[in-house]
Write a protein that binds this ligand. Structure first.
Ligand SMILES: Cc1cc2nc3c(=O)[nH]c(=O)nc-3n(C[C@H](O)[C@H](O)[C@H](O)COP(=O)(O)OP(=O)(O)OC[C@H]3O[C@@H](n4cnc5c(N)ncnc54)[C@H](O)[C@@H]3O)c2cc1C
Ligand code: SF4
Length: 881
């Protein structure tokens, strides 16, 4: 027998002596890392014993094994094992603990004495006692050996059978979905079998689960909900061949992955008489001590208040507590709220996004749910807030989880804006980021606060996100906080005068403006061409809409064409603006607010026939609300036939030009503001930009068209027109600033052409003109030099690109109606195209209809709903008397 650690003198304050860690996994690594970081001066020795034959590896990124990351590449910070005070022994399981003798015994017969023992044995992958579980081709998904076995089995069996394999994953949680994606990557077909009624049933609510099911099905994965595996039957050659489900159905299978949960590996602790939790796990208190003061437990094997963690963040927090305690500190473990983000699930190389945190089912008394679901874009977002709609209690995001990283740290805090504003397709409210309080935990996996991130820049001299990651460990585990981390670091760097990278996302290492210039210069025409020339990977929810918008601004194809359609934002998918009940608005263009009686009659007919709620919009148009997806083409056909066209109330493009009545009718008017409004609207209609933009034209300085609240404001003067730019309403109102004065009609158009073309080329993604003008180096003064005095010599080119746009304009709806492939997208239910959504319900209001609230008299057909008799309100009764 060998003794690896020499006997050493007594243990004193701040001197943990011989620390032995059983289990060489993620949390054990954290213990060692923290000891090295914190206990520099202390005299201690640490021995880590693991049964797996590898250096401790990053289990969270286990699926990347299929992308070629082997044991070495997955190894976690291996430099810690070089320290003379650290001994790592792998490939030898600890067989028993002798607490009286204060030593452990390994299977190979090695005895290791300890002064302090830390149990970090993690979990094992639990599988139900299904008959046939031992058949060849049935695997778990927990260790490097598991994924190696899966890869080897698939490749050997595929060769043997001479066809792609049929795979099943039992368990539709986050790991099961990761495993299904891995099966696909290995060339097998995957079916996910889940006992609950939805995928990720622990983390998602019903709506989120359903949206995720649709997205997973889109990957080509079959999803079987509400049923479980009861039996596995062997094929004639003895390998797994059939999976029998609890609903009586069967699946032909060649490979089965079980991902049905985990159980703490507490056998050693049990056998040595330590207290064990009711549901397993080694009982620990806030100091992470077990029932023996010399034995500690951390990570998935530790049971704190009856719960064993299933994520790495609590384990890391416990490791920090134990190290602090061992070094004489007093810190204690307090579980932090957890969030979960799906990862490693790819559809055509693009991650399928699903994430949640907090009270996802709104179980807190009085909790309110604010939901935005888009069945066309297949996204679902929900915020759960307190009864006064101020405090964030939870969030669910499927299809687009960009908000997860920014909002999760706000859990339990004041949101600072109307919750619905965060969820609107155009993301109205600024998501809290750079101004987060110092105590907010940004990275929950590594327990790093906003203050620590800022301190890494200001006190530790970090000059990049990579530096901050290295210094604080933030963003190094699951990676879901990286977008927020990046914003925080960049803001702090900028405040410190350091130049920062503005890479658009992980796929494009340049800004939107730089990419725009490249796409334009090289005449690229599809996302595939753009990513091949200037990016990596297959894109994400950040870069795809940006490329779509750039291509649209450059007039490349219709937004619903085959290559462009999958890139588009929510509203562009339907060429309509989605409303709160999932129906759409129909808003034809009405230049200058002028409309003939004939067109009005068509609008009236359509609204009456389809039961659409109708009103004059703030932009002097007529909006019809409540059209179902499948009704949009029929409605638009009627409007287009009557000479109307898309008002593009949905696109990131010109919305409308608002004008006052002007010189023609008004006593004060000094120019024809309506005529100019019409001219501008017809010139810039359909012009796609980084964000929507609006224009206003007033016939005199009285400003009845509120032009200075618009992106481009035109105000008549005695000598011509003044043009103002960068105005905005909404959350951060801003008055437009004067760009040029007393322009004649021709020069006015040229200056606006230049401004819009320059903005489209150089703004950041989703940046409206107001922040673009505000952020322009030198502000409006410099902008004036470029756009009026042409100091950069680019004005002719800017004007030419608008001329090209005017030349190439076509009405998006007319072009859609002329193309059956584009029209095919307008079905609410793919397998029942004529079936309306049964969840719609309308109630009458002021002679029209609106979506009904729970308990109100309603009808799914808005035409019928208009005629429902409702009891007059008390006020109406009083008035009538
Ligand atoms: C595919 C996959 C994806 C995941 N994704 C995420 C994620 O996105 N986010 C997240 O937070 N978590 C994720 N997890 C969970 C995360 O990996 C665990 O929470 C974390 O690894 C727990 O760390 P641990 O040290 O407690 O246990 P482990 O990392 O499991 O380490 C325990 C080690 O102890 C060894 N051991 C056990 N008994 C003995 C013994 N008697 N003698 C010697 N050695 C022993 C085990 O073999 C193992 O190597 C994922 C897990 C998997 C499998
Ligand atoms: S802005 Fe001037 S011209 Fe236009 S309506 Fe008002 S007062 Fe009349």
């Amino acid at each position: 027998m060998t003794v690896v650690s020499p006997v050493r003198p007594a243990v004193g304050p701040n001197d943990p002596g011989r620390v032995v860690v059983v289990g060489a996994g993620m949390v054990a690594h954290r213990v060692v890392e923290q000891m090295l970081a914190r206990g520099e001066a202390a005299a201690w020795e640490i021995t880590v014993l693991g049964d797996e034959p590898y250096l401790p590896y990053d289990r969270v990124h286990l699926s990347e094994f299929f992308d070629g990351r082997d044991a070495d590449a997955l190894a976690m910070g291996p430099s810690v094992w070089d320290d003379a005070r650290v001994t790592l022994r792998t490939g030898d399981a600890v067989a028993s603990i002798d607490r009286d003798a204060q030593e452990i015994l390994t299977r190979a017969g090695v005895r290791v004495p300890y002064d302090n023992l830390v149990l970090a044995t993690g979990s094992w992958a639990w599988t139900p006692r299904t008959t046939g579980i031992e058949l060849p081709g049935v695997v778990s998904y927990r260790t490097l050996d598991d994924v190696t076995a899966l890869r080897d089995w698939i490749s050997a069996r595929e060769q043997q059978l001479g066809r792609p394999l049929r795979g099943a994953v039992v368990g539709g949680g986050v790991l099961g979905l990761e495993a299904a994606s891995a099966l696909q990557r290995l060339g097998a077909h995957a079916t996910v079998v889940e006992f609950a009624d939805r995928l990720m049933s622990v983390q998602l609510d019903e709506g989120g689960g359903e949206t995720l099911r649709v997205r997973i099905a889109d990957m080509g994965v079959d999803v079987r909900l509400g049923t479980g595996a009861t039996r596995l039957v062997a094929a004639p050659d003895g390998a797994v061949g059939l999976l029998v489900l609890s609903d009586g159905s069967t699946l032909d299978v060649d490979v089965v992955v079980f991902s049905t949960g985990i159980r703490p590996r507490d056998r050693l602790a049990r056998e040595s008489g330590l207290a064990i939790g009711e549901r397993g796990g080694v009982v620990v208190g806030p100091t992470c001590r077990t029932s023996d003061p010399l034995v500690w437990a951390v990570g998935e094997v530790a049971s704190y208040e009856g719960v064993c963690a299933g994520l790495v963040a609590p384990g890391n927090a416990q490791a920090d507590v134990v190290v602090d305690q061992l070094l004489g500190g007093t810190s204690e473990y307090a579980p932090a709220p957890e969030g979960t983000k799906l990862k490693g699930v790819l559809h055509d190389g693009v991650p399928v996004e699903a994430a949640s945190f907090g009270d996802v089912n709104a179980l807190t008394p009085g909790a309110l749910e604010v939901t935005f679901a888009d069945p066309v874009a297949k996204t679902y977002k929900k915020l759960v807030v307190s009864d006064d709609a101020r405090t964030l209690l939870g969030g669910v995001f499927v299809g687009d989880a960009a908000l997860y990283s920014s909002l999760r740290p706000m859990l339990g805090r004041n949101l600072g804006a109307d919750p619905s504003a965060f969820l609107a397709p155009e993301g109205g409210a600024a998501v809290p980021s750079a101004d987060l309080p110092d105590d907010v935990v940004v990275c929950s996996c590594a327990n790093v606060t906003a203050g620590t991130v800022r301190g890494a820049v200001t006190e530790h001299g970090c000059t990049s996100v990579a530096d901050v990651k290295k210094c604080t460990k933030a963003g190094t585990v699951c990676g879901s906080c990286v977008p927020l981390l990046t914003k925080l670091v960049n803001t702090q760097l900028e405040a410190s005068g350091v130049e920062v990278s503005h890479a658009m996302c992980e796929h494009f290492a340049m800004t939107r403006a730089e990419l725009f210039a490249l796409v334009r210069a090289e005449g690229l025409r599809t996302f595939t061409e753009v990513v091949a020339a200037h990016g990596t990977g297959r894109g994400c929810v950040v870069c795809k809409p940006v490329v779509a918008s750039i291509l649209s601004s450059l007039g490349v194809g219709h937004v619903l064409d085959r290559a462009n359609a999958p890139l588009q934002d929510t509203n562009d998918h339907a060429l309509a603006n989605m409303q709160k009940d999932g129906t759409y608005s129909v808003i034809p263009r009405i230049p200058g607010g002028e409309i003939t009686p004939e067109k009005l009659a068509v609008i009236a007919d359509v609204a009456r026939e389809y039961g659409l709620y109708t009103r004059i919009t703030g932009a002097q148009r007529i909006g019809m609300f409540g059209a179902r997806l499948e009704q949009l083409p029929q409605i638009w056909k009627r409007l287009v036939d009557a000479g109307m066209e898309s008002g593009q109330a949905y696109g990131k493009s010109l919305r409308a030009v608002k004008s006052c009545v002007g010189q023609s009718w008004c006593r004060f008017g000094v120019q024809d503001s309506v005529g100019m409004g019409v001219q501008l609207e017809l010139r810039y209609r359909g012009l796609r930009a980084p964000h929507k933009f609006k224009v206003g034209v007033s016939g005199c300085a009285r400003e009845c068209a509120e032009a200075r609240g618009k992106d481009v404001g035109v105000i008549a003067t005695e000598r011509g027109w003044n043009v103002y730019v960068g105005g905005n309403g909404g959350f951060t109102p801003r008055h437009a600033e004067l760009l040029a004065e007393d322009l004649d009609d021709g020069m006015l158009l040229r200056v606006i052409d230049r401004f819009l073309a320059y903005y489209i080329r150089s703004a950041d993604r989703l940046q409206r003109t107001a922040p673009w003008v505000a952020d322009y180096p030198g502000g409006i003064v410099e902008l004036r030099k470029v756009l009026v005095d042409d100091t950069l010599g680019i004005c002719a080119d800017l004007e030419a690109s608008i001329a090209e746009h005017v030349e190439g304009y076509e009405d998006e709806w007319a072009a859609t109606l002329a193309d059956p492939a584009r029209l095919a997208r307008f079905a609410s239910f793919v397998n029942a195209p004529d079936t309306p959504d049964p969840d719609l319900a309308y109630t009458p209001e002021r002679g029209q209809v609106r979506p009904a609230r729970p308990g109100e008299a309603s009808d799914p057909n808005p035409v019928i709903a208009r005629t429902i008799a409702v009891r007059p309100s008390d006020v109406e009764l009083e008035d009538a008397l």
